[in-house]
Design a protein around this ligand. Structure first.
Ligand SMILES: Cc1cc2nc3c(=O)[nH]c(=O)nc-3n(C[C@H](O)[C@H](O)[C@H](O)COP(=O)(O)OP(=O)(O)OC[C@H]3O[C@@H](n4cnc5c(N)ncnc54)[C@H](O)[C@@H]3O)c2cc1C
Length: 263
């Protein structure tokens, strides 16, 4: 067995095709428009928002005599008035590794604006089990004994996996379907704390919702830890999208709160 820590990888994000956007801007008489956003994720929200009112510049829509200049101000206004649907266009793609099935069970409850691909324990055979140790175990006055029990339990379950795969002669089975069926049956003996990997894509509106919900005190430690890391990363990379966040440390972990409850 191996003790492990959750790791997050931001492997993708929405990118604007600048040539196509220029063609569109040209067609609507706004060819000189450009954005000072830090990223395309922020730019796409601005573009989709501005096209609603043709607010690329004053006069394009006779009803508009003044436009908000700058991506930070534009998105700041979107967040304030709760025009959250424009934040749904841009997607982030994450790989969350070494996260337990406790974590993934909670993550998948967030259904809106996400795509999920989880490591399949129906196909992937369990060999060395990885485990993240919660801090209440680590800091407990009986932490030595707790650690010993954890190690013994995980190693016991690990050995059972190896013994079963030998007993069932999994290595020499020719039919893949048979192997899959047995591997799937064997996962029932795995602990829920088993560290695994999940691919999670999410739009910016949902990510804001989930960060706020899952970094709040009262939430389970592992999901707070992971969403604290995600929030830190996205706030640094997309400052305008997350400009309204305030951070408060509670129980050693950050709680990311927004002033704009409407989005
Ligand atoms: C501290 C904590 C403890 C929890 N404890 C439990 C528990 O004991 N048992 C349990 O089962 N769950 C529990 N949950 C999970 C919780 O009930 C939600 O299922 C989960 O947090 C998903 O959040 P969400 O409803 O905002 O859904 P999301 O899918 O993230 O949806 C985002 C928003 O979209 C809207 N929305 C989504 N789906 C619909 C819909 N079908 N109809 C209308 N509007 C919709 C809602 O406004 C929702 O807030 C807990 C969550 C937390 C944070």
């Amino acid at each position: 067995m191996k003790f492990t820590e959750p790791k997050i990888y931001l492997i993708g994000e929405t990118v604007i095709k600048k040539d196509e956007l220029s063609l569109y801007l040209n067609d609507v008489g706004a060819s000189e428009w450009s954005t000072d956003s830090y990223s395309d994720m922020e730019a796409i929200a601005e573009v989709m928002g501005r096209l609603c009112y043709r607010s690329w510049k004053p006069g394009l829509n006779p009803n508009i005599t003044k436009v908000r200049e700058g991506n930070d101000k534009y998105l700041g206004h979107i967040l304030e008035v709760g025009h959250g649907s424009v934040l749904e266009h841009g997607m982030f793609n994450f790989i969350l590794a070494n996260v337990s099935r406790v974590f993934t069970h909670e993550l998948v409850r967030h259904r809106v604006g996400v795509a999920i691909s989880q490591e399949s324990l129906r196909f992937v055979r369990l060999t060395a089990l990885k485990f993240w140790m919660p801090s209440c175990f680590k800091s407990h006055s009986k932490s030595e004994r707790i650690k010993q029990l954890v190690v013994e339990t995980i190693e016991y379950l690990e050995r059972r996996q190896t013994e079963l795969s030998e007993l069932l002669d999994l290595d020499n089975l020719k039919k893949f379907d048979e192997k899959k069926e047995l591997t799937s049956a064997m996962r029932r003996l795995a602990p829920i704390g088993l560290a695994t990997t999940i691919g999670w894509s999410v739009n910016a509106r949902t990510l804001r919702h989930v960060i706020e919900m899952r970094t709040a005190p009262g939430t389970e430690e592992e999901i707070r830890l992971v969403f604290g890391k995600i929030a830190e990363k996205v706030k640094a990379r997309y400052p305008n999208l997350f400009q309204d966040y305030e951070v408060e440390m509670v129980g050693g972990l950050p709680w990311y709160k927004t002033k704009n409850k409407k989005v």
